[in-house]
Design a protein around this ligand. Structure first.
Ligand code: GTP
Length: 296
């Protein structure tokens, strides 16, 4: 009897903000874990997604967008996180949007490792109608870096993701699976609860969203089968509070109701959720505070 060896490894997904990294990872692991939004720079934490097959396990690392425009301590922490995640993986997926190769993309490209295989993933295939122009675009990008492979996909529509996995699989080292096969993330429920609230804030505040904002889980307790969760939304300035709360508290109510429903679905149990807004002045440049978030 022949024995197929198991392969398991880490795969980093990198690219400038808004290329579709979170969307890609969510589709690859088949469940929504990392948050997505039309507004860029929504991913502040490394999120690990896990995809397990009969003979392979892919452990995905979703890095924050490489920051070019904001130079505060927060963004230095984010940039460091990109570099760290690239130094310790088996394969890197470098995402671009079809037909767009911007200065911000080149800045991320400059961080790509030379010793680790990098696959060029051209996303948003659904938007590229002219196939000849697409090939010319791919040739132009490939002239600037030695990629181990190229794949065109549509993360949003789940197109050609199997082909993408086929390209990654040979780069995973022979190893036992690192995680149980039904596990899709190593982030705990506490982290996921904060991610869900963050996503609702992005959805309901849109352009009004204060740039300097974060979400902190103040309490997460099991009370029998009930999860009691208290979450604080931290804004930088007093005048930003009413933006999040809305007239008569209407926005915050909507955000917390929707977040609670999502949590109940994901955790498969009842949730009692309280969300409130607090002012934490100057937090975006306070490195000590970043440390508490595990971001430095
Ligand atoms: N048309 C189209 N849109 C896509 C595709 N993939 C992602 N998008 C959209 O692109 C936007 C950004 O996607 P995200 O997954 O949040 O991008 P990201 O790279 O994780 O962004 P940051 O968190 O800012 O780094 C969202 O509106 C997605 O719906 C695709 O294949 N086709």
């Amino acid at each position: 009897m022949t024995h197929t060896p198991f392969h398991c490894g880490f795969v980093a997904i990198v690219g400038r903000p808004n290329v579709g990294k979170s969307t890609l990872m969510n589709h690859l692991i088949g469940q929504k874990i990392s948050i997505t939004s039309k507004k860029s720079q929504t991913t502040r934490h490394r999120v690990t997604g896990i995809h397990t097959e009969d003979a392979a396990q892919f452990v995905f690392v979703d890095t924050p967008g490489f920051q070019t425009y904001h130079k505060g301590a927060l963004n230095e922490a984010l940039n460091k996180s990109v570099k760290d995640s690239l130094g310790s993986v088996d394969c890197v997926l470098f995402l671009l949007e079809a037909m767009r190769f911007t200065a911000a993309d080149r800045e991320v490209m400059a961080l790509l490792p030379k010793k680790t295989p990098v696959i060029l993933v051209v996303n948003k295939l659904d938007k590229a109608k002219d196939k000849l122009a697409l090939q010319a675009f791919i040739d132009e990008v490939c002239a600037e870096f030695e990629f181990a492979g190229v794949e065109v996909v549509s993360a949003k529509h789940g197109q050609r993701l199997a082909e993408l996995l086929d390209q990654v699989r040979p780069h995973l080292p022979e190893s036992m699976p690192l995680y149980p096969e039904d596990m899709i993330t190593d982030k705990n429920e506490r982290f996921l609860a904060a991610e869900i609230v963050r996503e609702k804030l992005f959805r309901y505040l849109g352009e009004e969203l204060p740039y300097e904002m974060n979400v902190e889980v103040e309490m997460f307790e099991m009370d029998g089968a009930l999860r009691r969760i208290h979450i604080a939304v931290l804004v930088d300035k007093e005048h930003q509070k009413p933006i999040v709360i809305g007239r008569g508290g209407e926005k915050l109510k909507k955000i917390s109701t929707e977040a609670r429903l999502d949590m109940e679905k994901l955790f498969d149990g009842k949730v009692f959720l309280q969300v409130w807004v607090k002012v934490k002045s100057g937090w975006a440049d306070d490195v000590r505070f970043l440390r508490e978030f595990g971001l430095d």
